[in-house]
Write a protein that binds this ligand. Structure first.
Ligand code: NDP
Length: 279
């Protein structure tokens, strides 16, 4: 029997990148899946990818909504419960970074970008988790957050507010884990390094900006010791591991770093990342 058979997983940010890969793997491994994002067309692409593997339509729910709005979050939770009757796994994966319209970084970046990034990467995780809590307690479920190596301890000055939002998320993971384990709900996290997704373009970098940075890193062992940038499935497999209680029950409130060794060397920090990304 598939390992998530009978379970229901809600994966935020599954209209693209890491979330899409996780939603597909959950569905292939037997779960019923709620997919979500604002972009209805890309959400449909995720649905089609899942259906093409022979998964029945009744196993996939697509909810197009803005996760930054509480109304959107209510719709997401309520439609999941209405369609599937339960919630076993919440993956808080949706996230974003914002570039300054004038190319400013570090302390010069407009503080309105701080508000925007904290809203989607942190506040919406808190409120969605609050709304999902009672259903996850009923099923003794799992939460997996998607953080980033940008949380530190190294300084990511070019994406300072983003790094701060993920550092906050890491502390949320630890506190929520202790808060919820008394109810049988586990909370953990994965911290990816560079992964090929739509993230760079979504944050307003020129097309190919992130690819440029990734190619640069791949060719330098002081930047990326494993020599190959991550793919969404590399992170999705860790999300499934952390959602699989049989395999990971003893891990509580931790974040697994998956970055090809980049944070052990952090050589890329010594280069001009801003120019490499086309900022
Ligand atoms: P993508 O841009 O490919 O995917 C981001 C997803 O988040 C999309 O499905 C997007 O949906 C969704 N999203 C963003 N804002 C909102 C919103 N306001 N409401 C609803 N959905 C939203 O990027 P990744 O797959 O790379 O990002 C996934 C996670 O991985 C993020 O938390 C990111 O911080 C983290 N991460 C990524 C790394 C990388 O190198 N790619 C490295 C480290 C961490 P839509 O556009 O349809 O709204």
């Amino acid at each position: 029997m598939a390992r998530f058979s009978g379970k229901v997983a809600l994966v935020t940010g599954s209209s693209n990148g890491i979330g899409r890969a996780a939603a597909i793997l959950f569905a292939l491994d037997g779960a019923k899946v709620t997919t979500t994002g604002r972009n209805a067309q890309r959400l449909e692409e995720t649905r089609q990818e899942i259906l093409k593997s022979g998964i029945p339509e009744s196993h996939v729910l697509a909810v197009a909504c803005d996760l930054g709005s509480e109304q959107g979050q209510d719709e997401l939770i309520n439609s999941t419960i209405k369609s599937f009757g339960r919630l076993d796994i919440l993956v808080n994966n949706a996230g974003a970074a914002f570039t300054d319209s004038q190319g400013r970084t570090g302390l010069d970046q407009d503080v309105s970008d701080y508000d925007k990034v904290m809203h989607i990467n942190m506040r919406s995780v808190i409120t969605l988790t609050q709304k999902a809590k009672k259903y996850l307690i009923e099923t003794k479920g799992e939460i997996v957050n998607v953080s980033s190596v940008a949380a530190g301890p190294q300084a990511h000055v070019d994406m300072m507010y983003y790094g701060m939002s993920k550092a906050a998320l890491d502390n949320f993971t630890r506190c929520a884990a202790i808060d919820l384990i008394q109810h049988g709900v586990r909370v953990n996290s994965v911290s990816p390094g560079g992964v090929t997704t739509g993230f760079g373009e979504a944050m307003g970098l020129p097309v190919g900006g992130f690819d440029n940075l990734w190619h640069f890193m791949e060719s330098r062992k002081e930047c990326l010791p494993c020599g190959k940038i991550g793919q969404p499935e590399d992170i999705a497999n860790i999300i499934l591991f952390l959602a699989d209680r049989k395999l990971s029950f003893y891990i509580i409130g931790q974040s697994i770093v998956a970055d090809g060794g980049s944070t052990l060397v952090m050589g890329v920090q010594a280069h001009d990342m801003k120019t490499l990304m086309g900022m």
